[in-house]
Design a binder for this molecule. Structure first.
Ligand code: PGA
Length: 246
């Protein structure tokens, strides 16, 4: 049975006092061994989250593409691992678009994450223009093909994939259950070109306006193994309901 995940992505939201308030109101539901809840917080709150958010794994939203050294403002995978953080989001469309992260940069980040024992949550997904031109299947498969050949089979088994159509992120416009399932199946087929066992075992999460009222339906699709949740994860009661929908 594949692992299922509800991963919160707080992005650049909340102040320190809001994080503490969140922690007071957040009681993570007890989960069976194959289901996992994670909160990816901004760097300055990692320690706070580790201390105050109980029974939930803490992740980061990014890591540097260099191991260490004179890179002002950057945070290395080794630093994260020393906290200890277990997960890191890599290749979110906001980082690809606003910070010009190319697939070569993403490969370096994932390598460093894996070397430090972190689980990379690798994001892929197409823009509205690509979807409307009906090139979305080809585009997303290519995002996988740009990355996967740089890793061994053993390394690839550590990946979590998050499919996030850019047109559904923060827009309130969720992909339909059919659209999500079709793309997840397509991604799994693209991964099967590397290895069938890898494709069968890898968790593929859906992200893009997941809320407590649509999570159950989205997560019930055979190829959707949970979600990466932005906006709705900022409210503890919403995120708790989404975790329960796993
Ligand atoms: P959203 O963001 O849930 O606010 O659409 C998802 C994401 O970007 O990870």
């Amino acid at each position: 049975m594949r692992n299922k995940y509800a991963i919160a992505n707080w992005k650049m939201h909340l102040t320190k006092s809001e994080v503490l308030k969140y922690a007071k109101n957040f009681v993570c539901p007890t989960l069976p061994d194959n289901k996992h809840a994670v909160v990816c917080v901004p760097f300055p709150y990692l320690d706070l989250a580790l201390t105050h958010l109980n029974k939930i794994a803490i992740g980061a939203q990014n890591c540097a593409d260099h191991a260490s050294g004179a890179y002002t403002g950057e945070v290395s995978a080794m630093m994260l691992a020393s906290m200890p953080i277990k997960y890191v989001i890599i290749g979110h469309s906001e980082r690809r678009e606003y910070y010009q992260e190319t697939h070569n940069i993403l490969i370096k980040k994932i390598k460093l994450a894996l070397e430090n024992g972190l689980t990379p949550v690798f994001c892929c997904g197409e823009s509205l223009a690509i979807r409307e031109s009906r090139k979305h299947n080809e585009f997303v498969a290519q995002q996988i093909k740009n990355i996967f050949p740089s890793f061994t089979h053993e390394e690839l088994t550590k990946f979590i994939i998050a499919y996030e159509p850019i047109w559904a992120i923060g827009t309130g416009k969720t992909a339909s259950t059919e659209q999500a399932e079709a793309m997840h199946q397509h991604i799994r087929n693209a991964i099967a070109e590397f290895s069938q066992s890898l494709a069968d075992g890898i968790s593929i999460l859906y992200g893009g306006s997941v809320k407590s009222n649509n999570a159950k339906e989205l997560f019930s699709s055979p190829n959707v193994d949970g979600g990466l949740i932005g906006g709705a994860s900022l409210q503890p009661d919403q995120f708790i309901e989404i975790i329960k929908a796993l």
